[in-house]
Design a protein. Structure first.
Length: 191
């Protein structure tokens, strides 16, 4: 990506972030985004198809890209910690974004990006470890884990934003590591 393209994308992203903090996403127009960025409207369409594509670009570049080196180094827990901290840094923006619903909802955007991330993780470097479970494919696992992480993030943004990124990460790690058998198995105290 050229420096000019990066600069323009960053200006548009900053503009949308500023606008979303005070205005509902549905009411924000492309013209408002470009005016606030000091650009002309056609410039927007040279970079993004619509404001949902810009929102996706923001989440990808703010949250996923910073964690990519950790993911490449097989440090997935640390990558998830970092992604959650990135969201926490701009909590007001992401809390407002989480309210975007419908076909192009923020939840769908996050789910789609995490799905691609997990699929590349499971498909790359011969890491797919459950080859003996033939109906379970990297695609199915990617959807499963993308759904879980998306749920935790959207729930955090919509309901529990007072919890820290560290706490949310601990909750996600705990839920991810507990089997359903452990959850329903009677404890010694129950007997």
């Amino acid at each position: 990506m050229s420096t000019n393209e990066e600069t323009t994308n960053a200006l548009l992203a900053k503009s949308l972030k500023e606008l979303l903090k005070t205005t509902n996403f549905e009411k924000i127009t492309i013209k408002e985004i470009t005016n606030n960025a000091g650009l002309i409207r056609p410039t927007f369409y040279n970079h993004f198809s619509d404001k949902y594509a810009l929102l996706e670009w923001i989440f990808y570049n703010d949250v996923i890209v910073p964690a990519m080196l950790l993911i490449e180094d097989d440090m997935l827990k640390e990558a998830i910690d970092l992604m959650l901290k990135q969201i926490e840094r701009d909590m007001k923006f992401y809390s407002k974004a989480a309210k975007i619903d419908g076909q192009n909802s923020f939840e769908n955007i996050v789910y789609g990006l995490f799905g691609k991330l997990f699929l590349s993780l499971f498909s790359g470097k011969n890491k797919f470890k459950v080859k003996h479970l033939s109906p379970i494919t990297p695609e199915i696992l990617a959807k499963y884990y993308a759904n879980g992480l998306t749920f935790i993030i959207i729930n955090w943004l919509e309901n529990a934003s007072s919890l820290s990124a560290v706490t949310i990460s601990e909750i996600y790690q705990t839920i991810s590591n507990i089997s359903i058998n452990e959850l329903v198995k009677p404890s010694i105290d129950d007997n």
